[in-house]
Write a protein that binds this ligand. Structure first.
Ligand code: AGP
Length: 626
């Protein structure tokens, strides 16, 4: 899950065009970074090739790279490629960082993805006398292109095409050579966007490094290759050299959406954006009164959804937790059976998919490789594919027959927050719409749920207004004595317990587990002591009484308790050590409120422990490899 950026065009790249672009992509990987600058003959001359390519790489983020570069770097160049890495093959180090250059120096490239058959190609190259300086699959690709180029009478573009035909795996690559002014890019599974500017091109893993320069973007499709010649001529083709007309899309993404807006971190900004982002997801869809919900993206497959024998939900991480809530909502309101699977398991478990079944894929980035692979398998088995996605134009959105965009805006913090509430809001709308069509919900419940949903953004706002009180509670659990946490709930809030535990794990590196509260006595209660706090999610709903008993069980064993309760709950104040109140709402909508204090708590504990919440260790925002 790396970030790649390239520039070719009229302006000098300076230390900002590519490096700032990489900084915008650091949420995709940040264990090492690099940049290769190609100079025109005359600026720097290479007897053998004409152009000169200078390559700098460093462990750490883009700032570490920039600080490691000599003052003497010549930034006056109109072509450079860069990379920010999330290691897959070979530990984070200078020699494993990208860009990688082939042994004969003919090919320099950056790569996002995994070359699965790199060992086979590497063995052949070693037999041919190639020597490798890194452990990466990417260096193998650079040498494979050079090998093809040197051993066939082909040009640069054909050498790359032929080389990619031998590759098994996922890639988004940017390739340059000192012997030509062409810049080549190609993708298979990993995302790649080409920003078309006035006399310039900015190429990147997504739109964030591009919108500063142009809003006109071409999203390269799988198995497509593009070449930019003389800095201005763009050609797109498939790997058989059949030319393809570029499909330029106008992307509505403003720069301020990708800035911190005065917050200490993107994560905190995104938590506070939720009243607006949830409303943006509801707006135009959540109609007044008896009117049907307006969900244009659903209409084309609504018949399949309504008569589905079974609905599968596939996703990963936080999106999987949203899927569990979606299951609860769809089954409760429509009585259609729903199975929720980890996408990484679904593909390999040989699921029983029958014609007429629908597979719902949930993904913030729309690029998660596990989810895409599971969708491809579901497609082969004849399922209807429905997507719940945040990133517009992403692969999963393109692969789906129909879907819902969550409109949460760009999410940069690696720990997902506003995308989660967006996914839950979208699934809630879907379940209500289906139930209305099926008449499996009473008029009264339909009106009640719609009215309550309308007030959710305001209620999230009121919780955020109390964030100081939540931070104060969190501060009592931030010290090192607390290394294990349990998150407990029942019913539709059990997935919120899982989500709360994941948030704490992800950004504070504290061990935390989410459990159905009723499961405690079957094992996890053994963990309870004064150093293992329990966070109970216990709104005033149908399982309230049961959860209160589970809290008594923990209290009896001197466990510390933080409870998320409905405003005005006096009973739990007598049991729990700390209470965080949320406004009242319909039971089925409580996850949209109960998760907010958990996001703020994990944020507060992580920052108190000095963790980098936007770029937690070992993680990346979009997991584009299996
Ligand atoms: C959540 O905070 C994590 N970033 C991660 O678990 C994420 O939810 C998972 O990788 C799925 O990503 P997606 O929604 O972009 O597919």
């Amino acid at each position: 899950m790396c970030g790649i950026v390239g520039y070719v065009g009229k302006r000098d790249i300076g230390p900002d065009v590519v490096l700032n672009g990489l900084r915008r992509l650091e949420y995709r990987g940040y264990d090492s970074a690099g940049i290769a600058i190609r100079y025109n003959p005359g600026q720097r001359t290479d007897e053998q090739y004409g152009h000169v390519i200078e390559n700098w790489r460093e462990v750490g983020g883009v700032d570490e790279l920039y600080d490691s570069m000599p003052e003497t770097v010549l930034w006056e160049s109109n072509c450079a490629i860069g990379h920010t890495r999330w290691a897959t093959h070979g530990e984070p180090s200078r020699h494993n960082a990208h860009p990688h250059t082939s042994m004969g120096r003919k090919v320099t490239l950056v790569h996002n993805g995994i070359i699965e058959n790199y060992e086979t190609l590497k063995k052949k190259l070693i037999q041919e006398g190639y020597v490798f300086e890194s452990q990466t699959d990417t260096e193998v690709l650079a040498n494979w292109i050079e090998y093809i180029w040197d051993n066939n009478t082909v040009d640069f573009v054909s050498a790359v095409r032929f080389a990619l035909k031998d590759v098994v795996g996922a890639y988004a690559i940017l390739v340059i050579s000192p012997s030509t002014d062409s810049v080549i890019m190609a993708r298979k599974s990993s995302p790649l966007a080409i920003g078309v500017g006035e006399g310039e091109f900015i190429i990147a893993s997504d739109a964030t490094p591009i919108v500063e320069y142009t809003k006109d973007i071409i999203y390269l499709e799988d198995d497509q290759l593009a070449v930019i010649e003389e800095g201005t001529n763009l050609r797109i083709m498939d790997l058989d050299a059949t030319e393809v007309d570029p499909n330029i899309e106008r992307v509505e993404l403003e720069l301020d959406q990708i800035e911190k807006g005065g917050y200490d971190s993107f994560m905190l900004k995104e938590i506070y954006e939720q009243p607006d982002t949830v409303w943006t997801c509801l707006r135009g869809r959540l109609t007044e009164g008896e009117e049907p919900l307006m969900m244009g993206g659903v209409e084309s497959v609504l018949p399949q959804l309504l008569r589905a024998n079974k609905i599968f939900i596939i996703a990963c991480g936080t999106s999987w937790h949203a899927g569990l809530i979606g299951k609860n909502l769809i089954e409760k309101l429509t009585r259609i059976p729903v199975e929720v699977d980890y996408a990484s398991e679904f593909r390999y478990k040989d699921p029983i998919i029958r014609p007429g079944d629908v597979v719902i894929s949930i993904s913030q980035s729309g690029e998660t490789a596990d989810t895409k692979a599971a969708m491809e398998m579901a497609r082969e088995r004849g399922a209807t594919l429905f997507g719940v996605v945040n990133v517009v134009g992403s692969s999963i959105a393109r692969m789906s027959d129909a879907g819902i965009y969550t409109h949460s805006g760009i999410e940069i913090g690696v720990a997902s927050t506003k995308a989660f509430t967006g996914q839950v809001a979208a699934l809630t709308l879907l379940a209500i719409k289906m139930a209305r069509q099926l008449n499996s919900i009473t008029d009264n419940d339909y009106l009640k749920l719609k009215a309550a949903l309308k007030h959710i953004p305001g209620k999230i706002k009121s919780i955020l207004a109390d964030s100081e009180a939540i931070f104060e509670v969190a501060s009592r659990y931030a010290s090192e004595e607390y290394q294990d946490f349990l998150y407990l709930a029942r019913g539709i809030n059990f997935p919120v317990a899982l989500e709360g535990a994941l948030k704490l794990k992800e950004i504070s590196y504290i061990h935390a587990e989410g459990y159905p509260a009723g499961e405690m006595k079957h094992g996890p209660i053994a963990l309870i002591d004064e150093n293992c706090p329990s966070v109970f999610i216990v709104p005033n709903d149908s399982s309230y009484g049961k959860v209160v008993s589970n809290m008594q069980e923990v209290k009896a064993r001197k466990g510390k308790i933080v409870a998320i309760v409905t405003k005005g709950d006096e009973l739990i104040k007598t049991i729990a050590d700390d209470v965080i109140e949320i406004p009242e709402t319909e039971e089925l909508l409580t996850p949209l409120l109960t998760v907010i204090p958990l996001q703020l708590m994990s944020y507060s504990i992580a920052t108190a422990r000095g963790c980098n919440v936007d770029k937690p260790r070992n993680l990346a925002k979009s997991v584009t490899v299996e």
